[in-house]
Design a protein around this ligand. Structure first.
Ligand code: ADP
Ligand code: ASP
Ligand code: MG
Length: 406
C-alpha cells in the first residue's frame, strides 16, 4: 500500500463541479488501495478577492490579521471537498493547518514550515480515511495562524509528503506538466518528461510560477518524488521532478523562465572608494528589500555607476532610500526603470557546454532586442530587457535553442 499526497490548485477546485471532479479522482486513487492525503488551495481568485477586501479598509493591514483572513479561503475548500468525498461514499475528514500541527515560524505572510506532526494524519489514514488538509497555512508556537506565501499550498503538499514519507507527491494543476517555458507565452512550449530538483528550483526562482520555490527546495532536501499533472485530463504522465540521472544530462537547456515583476535603479556618479557598495545596499537591506542583480561599472574619473534590480512592488520604497543615500554620498543622480523584465535560460547541461550565453545574445540581437543587464551562474544565464520584448524574447530563445523539438 502506497501513501500518495495529491495537491489541487485554485483552478482545479474553482467551482462545485470541479470539486466533484477532484473528489472522483481522489476516490479512485483510494480504490486502488492507496492511502491518500489531499492538500487544496482556495478556489480560484479567492485569495485575491480577500486581499482586495482588506485593501479597501487599510493600506497597511496588520500581517497577523491578513493571515487570519487569507487562510479562510483554503478552509472553505477542505470542507467542500470532504463533503463531496462523502457523497462519493468515501470516509474522509478535513483539517486546517493548525489541526494537523503544521508548525511554522512567526513570519506572517511568508512563514516557513518547521515541523509537522504526522501521527495525527497517519492515524486517520490507518483508519481508512482520506485526509483533506488546507494548503498555504500553518500555526506558530503561540497558536497564531500563519500563511506560507503565494502559491504556498505546493509547499504544504511537499512538506506533508516528506513528513509521511509518501511514495509520491502529485501536484495537480491546469497544465499537464512542467513545460520548456510558460505555455501561455509560447504555445509551442513542450512538456518535459523529467527535470531535476536543481533545474526546477532555478526555474521557480527565476519566475516560473508553476511550483512555489520553497516546495521545490523542500522536495530536493527530503528527496520527495514530485510530479506535476493536469487535473483536467486522465492518465497523462505529467512531469517528474527528481534527482539528476544520466539521460537528463544531454539537454543543454531545459527551459526558459521569465519574471515580469522586475524594476531597476541606478545611482550615477558615486565616488569610487572601498565601502561604497555596502553604503548603498546596507540601507536597502535594512528596509527589508531584496536585491537581485547588481552591476557596478568600471570607474572613470574616480566615480562609478551602480545598478541593481528588485521586485517592482519595492521600487518606490527603494527609490526613496536611494535618493537619500545619493545625497549623503554626493552622487550625481538616481535614475530608475519599472518597465523591465528578466528572461533566463536554465539547464544543468550548461556546465559542460560553452557558448550558451553568446548564442543567447546573438539570437536577441537579431531581433533588435537590447540587453540592459546580464547575470550568469553555473546553470543559468539571465538578461534584463525592456518589458515590451518579453514575448518576442522568450519565443526567439525558445526557437534558437530548439526547445520545441523533442
Ligand atoms: P495552481 O493554481 O494549480 O497552483 P498555478 O497558476 O500556480 O496553478 O500554476 C500553473 C500555471 O503556471 C500554468 O497555468 C502556467 O501558465 C504557469 N507556468 C509558468 N511557467 C510554466 C512552465 N514552465 N510550465 C508549465 N506551466 C508554467
Ligand atoms: N491560495 C493561495 C494563493 O493563491 C495559496 C495557493 O494557492 O497555493 O497564493
Ligand atoms: Mg500555484
Amino acid at each position: 500500500m502506497a501513501i500518495i499526497v495529491q495537491k489541487y490548485g485554485g483552478t482545479s477546485v474553482g467551482s462545485v463541479e470541479r470539486i466533484q471532479n477532484v473528489a472522483r479522482r481522489v476516490a479512485a486513487e483510494q480504490r486502488k488501495g492507496n492511502q491518500v492525503v489531499v492538500v487544496v488551495s482556495a478556489m480560484s481568485s479567492e485569495t485575491n478577492r480577500l486581499l482586495a477586501l482588506a485593501a479597501e479598509l487599510s493600506e497597511t493591514p496588520e500581517p497577523r490579521e491578513m493571515d487570519v483572513l487569507l487562510s479562510t479561503g483554503e478552509q472553505v475548500t477542505i470542507a467542500l471537498l470532504t463533503i463531496a468525498l462523502h457523497s462519493e461514499g468515501c470516509a474522509a475528514r478535513s483539517f486546517t493547518g493548525g489541526q494537523v500541527h503544521i508548525r511554522t515560524d512567526s513570519v506572517h505572510s511568508k512563514a516557513r514550515i518547521q515541523d509537522i506532526d504526522a501521527l495525527r494524519v497517519q492515524a486517520d489514514l490507518d483508519a481508512g480515511r482520506i485526509v483533506v488538509v488546507a494548503g498555504f497555512q500553518g500555526i506558530d508556537e503561540q497558536g497564531n495562524i500563519t500563511t506560507l506565501g503565494r502559491g504556498g499550498s505546493d509547499t504544504t503538499a511537499v512538506a506533508m509528503a516528506a513528513a509521511l514519507k509518501a511514495d509520491e507527491c502529485q501536484i495537480f494543476t491546469d497544465v499537464d506538466g512542467v513545460y520548456t517555458t510558460d505555455p501561455r507565452v509560447e504555445p509551442k512550449a513542450r512538456r518535459l518528461q523529467k527535470i531535476t530538483f536543481e533545474e526546477m528550483l532555478e526555474m521557480a526562482s527565476l519566475g516560473s510560477k508553476v511550483l512555489q520555490i520553497r516546495a521545490v527546495e523542500f522536495a530536493g532536501k527530503y528527496n520527495v518524488p514530485l510530479r506535476v499533472l493536469s487535473s483536467f485530463e486522465e492518465g497523462g504522465p505529467g512531469t517528474l521532478i527528481s534527482l539528476e540521472d544520466e539521460e537528463m544530462e544531454q539537454a543543454k537547456i531545459s527551459g526558459i523562465a521569465f519574471n515580469r515583476d522586475e524594476a531597476k535603479l541606478t545611482i550615477l556618479g558615486v565616488p569610487d572608494h572601498p565601502g561604497v557598495a555596502h553604503q548603498i545596499l546596507g540601507p536597502i537591506a535594512a528596509v527589508n528589500i531584496e536585491v537581485d542583480m547588481i552591476v557596478q561599472n568600471i570607474s572613470e574619473d574616480d566615480t562609478t555607476n551602480f545598478t541593481f534590480t528588485m521586485h517592482r512592488n519595492d521600487y518606490k520604497k527603494a527609490r526613496q532610500v536611494l535618493e537619500q543615500i545619493a545625497q549623503q554620498l554626493g552622487a550625481r543622480e538616481v535614475i530608475g526603470d519599472q518597465q523591465i523584465v528578466k528572461i533566463s535560460l536554465v539547464g544543468v547541461g550548461m556546465r559542460s557546454h560553452a557558448g550558451i550565453a553568446s548564442s543567447m545574445f546573438e539570437a536577441l540581437a537579431k531581433e533588435g532586442i537590447n540587453i540592459r543587464m546580464i547575470s550568469t551562474s553555473e546553470i543559468k544565464v539571465s538578461v534584463v530587457v525592456d518589458e515590451k520584448y518579453l514575448e518576442l524574447g522568450v519565443r526567439t530563445l525558445h526557437e534558437a535553442f530548439g526547445l520545441a523539438e523533442a
